[in-house]
Unconditional design. Sequence first.
Length: 172
Amino acid sequence: MTEHRPWTGADNAMLCELWRQKVPIDEVAAQLDRTVGAVRTHAGKLGLGNRDIDGYRWTGKELEHLDRLKAMNVSIPAMAAAIGRSEKAVKTKLGRLRGHVPPSKRSILSPHVSAKPDRRRKDAGGSNPDRAMRRCLGGCNEMFDSSFIGNRICEHCKARGHSNAALEGMSA
């Protein structure tokens, strides 16, 4: 790789096409003779969206499709084929989502229940005085069980990456 050099129109076109094809970032960087960091930064400037280290962030549509397939007890290989992800990616995402929702609530019908342990202060009776039902500011606008006043985005929206948009709207 060379020292800093400006991005050309041809570089931009190739980056956009490779990004659209979901080519791994390290391969994109190699093809463009750029660093992974330079590719990430420039893709952000072009508005191409964020990419995880493993490849591409899960979209809301993919997560909803995964929820439906999971509710129908579809096998992981079939889920991966239907969504267009690797089996490893599907297993990892299911494992991460499973950690946020209690087994009794694992369905697409009740995604707004938090399973995270409450580590906030307790009053003399052992209950959390800050816990309350609050409206989600992450985009769904649904009521959810919030463990403290600063917890304003439900787990469902956090898992889908809606929290950043809500925070940007609050600072305006």
